[in-house]
Design a protein around this ligand. Structure first.
Ligand SMILES: *[C@@H]1O[C@H](CO)[C@@H](O)[C@H](O)[C@H]1NC(C)=O
Ligand SMILES: *[C@@H]1O[C@H](CO)[C@@H](O)[C@H](O)[C@H]1NC(C)=O
Ligand SMILES: *[C@@H]1O[C@H](CO)[C@@H](O)[C@H](O)[C@H]1NC(C)=O
Ligand SMILES: *[C@@H]1O[C@H](CO)[C@@H](O)[C@H](O)[C@H]1NC(C)=O
Ligand SMILES: *[C@@H]1O[C@H](CO)[C@@H](O)[C@H](O)[C@H]1NC(C)=O
Ligand SMILES: *[C@@H]1O[C@H](CO)[C@@H](O)[C@H](O)[C@H]1NC(C)=O
Ligand SMILES: *[C@@H]1O[C@H](CO)[C@@H](O)[C@H](O)[C@H]1NC(C)=O
Ligand SMILES: *[C@@H]1O[C@H](CO)[C@@H](O)[C@H](O)[C@H]1NC(C)=O
Ligand SMILES: *[C@@H]1O[C@H](CO)[C@@H](O)[C@H](O)[C@H]1NC(C)=O
Ligand SMILES: *[C@@H]1O[C@H](CO)[C@@H](O)[C@H](O)[C@H]1NC(C)=O
Length: 535
């Protein structure tokens, strides 16, 4: 039995639904996802010394993940997305080994590098015990085989299961026309080192076989949701039938920054959700010489073009893209990006290592083993993610679907700032991200979103203020830090900010930990009591 741990109404409803193990779109919208690359998350024996070559197996496992679920749950995540789970091709190729899980050979066998079928079942059970959900990455576009780079590839189809014959595949052609859907859907992707034989998902027989498979996979391993790899490279008609057969929510990977290319998957009912590549690009560029107004503009375009932005997964890092810190290592920028990812409309998706400020560049260097971090729960971005998830989880507990499915109000935007209010009054979170960097100046701004006289807490710095006659609070900006405001009443349910100081100007010389005190009197406030008093 499991449910979105946070939404009481949904939890009650699913309890009545009894044995249903799958989670639907409504439940997924209130989750916060942590993305795990199994080979690089944790080893079964917890060892950290054997050197990890980026192109080869590093021996992380499902049991390693089970042993470290506290690390993820204590950061406030409610769901875990894992690498594909089925058997891959063995051996080393010109592009390394199948440590990532994307080189399918047998859909009906488990990837023994990651553990046994029971280990995978245990993972689902351990997550569900914690009221967390399991999302599994699945590959439908292609099966893989080592390839000597002589075209057309000579593929031994008989080793594939269940697609053990050439008739289940599109004939070889190399994808060359990225604006011609027939070409990028029916031809073979990246023929180098490994041949990615393109499954003929247009064939009714293949469709049926895939449906049978995914139904069984979801049921055998108690999977709650899917990520469909390379969904854009599969013909449109295949997708909704596949999702429907699975019985669970799915993110389909549609790698494009173009609104019309992305949103058609929702407006034509092809996929329920997608990782939000639309905002990924302006979000990154705003911290890399671009402007915050570009994020604001894309938010508006996406909200108009896609009809369910709440089912898009907000992210700034994943296993395919260079790490945020590979472009700019400034910690304040990374904090702002994390703030946006967790508080934006949509499903927050944080890729393992982002919370440790990893800085690997393109694939495979963005797949650093997490164990090198010592799973440090004091790392600044770990602490930020934990705070932000706690706030969001509590807002969902208070506001339910009206928190999740009410579009954010844009309170303020200029080239350096984007300020949004998420959620209706009572569960609202008001936040401002900026791109000033750690050496940014100190200044004040005024931001709305409250009612006159509301007692407000800035949750990242634990400072208090009172909303003025217009419902605004003064933001004491400095060192490029983001700001996140909630009512004192709202934060009381979170265990955050047990001790607060009165908000005031930041003294340039003050140590970071003393910044909040500079303009005010140090005041220890037990928020629970304060709330009774202020309510
Ligand atoms: C999802 O499941 C919940 C809990 O069972 C139920 O209340 C809700 O109506 C379902 N939503 C959809 C869109 O099916
Ligand atoms: C992973 O395990 C294999 C098989 O036991 C072993 O040969 C290899 O050295 C290990 N690699 C690492 C990086 O631990
Ligand atoms: C496939 O096409 C790409 C361009 O899309 C090209 O770079 C690559 O060399 C081609 N590979 C083969 C094997 O033809
Ligand atoms: C699109 O790609 C397909 C498959 O490669 C090809 O047959 C077709 O001619 C292309 N269409 C256009 C308009 O170029
Ligand atoms: C699911 O489990 C059944 C019963 O053990 C087995 O026959 C079937 O092959 C499994 N399917 C998948 C996709 O793992
Ligand atoms: C999105 O729009 C399409 C076409 O109008 C409609 O069929 C579909 O139900 C809509 N989906 C949502 C989630 O609103
Ligand atoms: C922040 O935005 C400004 C204005 O667009 C831009 O000049 C600056 O380079 C950006 N800062 C960073 C760190 O990218
Ligand atoms: C964990 O991170 C904190 C904050 O960056 C740092 O002070 C501490 O030394 C780290 N601990 C370990 C064991 O690396
Ligand atoms: C209140 O905040 C809004 C932004 O939310 C801002 O536009 C407005 O100028 C502020 N009002 C005052 C009086 O500063
Ligand atoms: C804050 O208070 C809560 C509830 O009393 C407690 O669980 C939590 O550990 C406290 N946090 C800190 C950092 O002291």
């Amino acid at each position: 039995m499991r449910a979105g741990s946070l939404n009481v109404a949904a939890a009650a409803a699913i309890a009545f639904a009894g044995l249903s193990s799958a989670a639907n779109i409504t439940e997924w919208k209130s989750q916060s996802i942590y993305q795990v690359m199994i080979d690089r998350f944790a080893r079964t024996d917890g060892s950290t010394t054997a050197t990890c070559e980026p192109y080869l197996f590093c021996n992380g496992s499902w049991t390693g993940l089970i042993n470290n679920l506290d690390y993820i749950q204590n950061m406030g995540f409610t769901a875990v997305q894992i690498s594909p789970v089925v058997k891959n091709m063995e051996g080393e190729t010109a592009v390394g080994e199948a440590y990532h899980g994307y080189w399918t050979q047998d859909d009906y066998a488990i990837n023994e590098h990651f553990g046994t079928a029971d280990d995978l079942k245990n993972l689902a059970a351990e997550l569900h015990k914690r009221n967390m959900l399991l999302m599994v990455d699945v590959v439908v576009n292609n099966f893989a085989q080592a390839f000597n780079n002589i075209v057309p590839p000579k593929v031994d189809y008989s080793v594939f299961n269940p697609f053990n014959d050439e008739k289940y595949f599109h004939p070889y052609c190399n994808v060359t026309e990225w604006d011609n859907a027939t070409n990028y859907q029916d031809c073979w992707l990246y023929p180098y080192g490994v041949a990615l034989a393109d499954v003929d998902t247009n064939s009714p027989t293949v469709v049926t076989m895939m449906q049978t498979w995914i139904k069984e996979l979801v049921s055998n391993y108690s999977i709650d949701g899917l990520r469909i790899d390379a969904a854009k490279h599969v013909n449109d008609a295949f997708l909704p039938q596949f999702v429907e057969a699975s019985g669970v929510f799915a993110f389909g990977e549609v790698l494009t920054g173009v609104v019309t290319d992305m949103c058609r998957y929702q407006t034509l009912n092809l996929l329920p959700g997608m990782p939000n590549y639309l905002e990924y690009y302006p979000l990154n560029s705003a911290f890399n010489g671009g402007s915050m107004t570009d994020i604001a503009n894309m938010r508006n375009e996406a909200a108009t073009g896609c009809n369910d932005t709440f089912a898009l997964g907000t992210f700034v890092e994943n296993h395919d893209m260079p790490r945020f810190a590979s472009v700019n290592p400034d910690m304040a920028l990374a904090k702002n990006a994390m703030t946006y990812v967790i508080l934006n409309d949509g499903i927050p998706t944080v890729y393992q290592g982002q919370e440790q400020h990893f800085s690997g560049n393109g694939t495979p260097f963005n797949r650093e083993p997490l164990w090198t971090s010592g799973y440090n729960t004091s790392a600044p971005l770990y602490v930020y993610a934990a705070t932000l998830n706690k706030l969001r989880n509590n807002a969902i507990k208070l506001g339910g679907s009206s928190y999740v499915e009410t579009p954010s109000d844009q309170l303020f935007v200029d080239v350096n700032h984007l300020c949004l209010k998420k959620g209706p009054y009572g569960s609202q979170v008001v936040y401002c991200i900026n791109n000033k960097s750690s050496n940014g100046p100190s200044y004040t701004m005024s931001i709305g979103g409250f009612q006159p006289g509301d007692n407000v807490v800035e949750a990242l710095g634990c400072t208090t203020s009172t909303a003025d006659a217009t419902g605004n609070v003064t933001m004491y900006m400095g060192a490029g830090e983001p700001k996140v405001y909630v009512t004192a009443k709202m934060i009381a349910g979170t265990g955050l900010c047990n001790t607060t100081t009165v908000a005031g100007p930041i003294k340039k010389s003050a140590a970071a930990s003393l910044q909040g005190m500079a303009g005010g009197v140090l005041m220890a406030v037990v928020i629970g009591l304060a709330t009774l008093f202020l309510a």
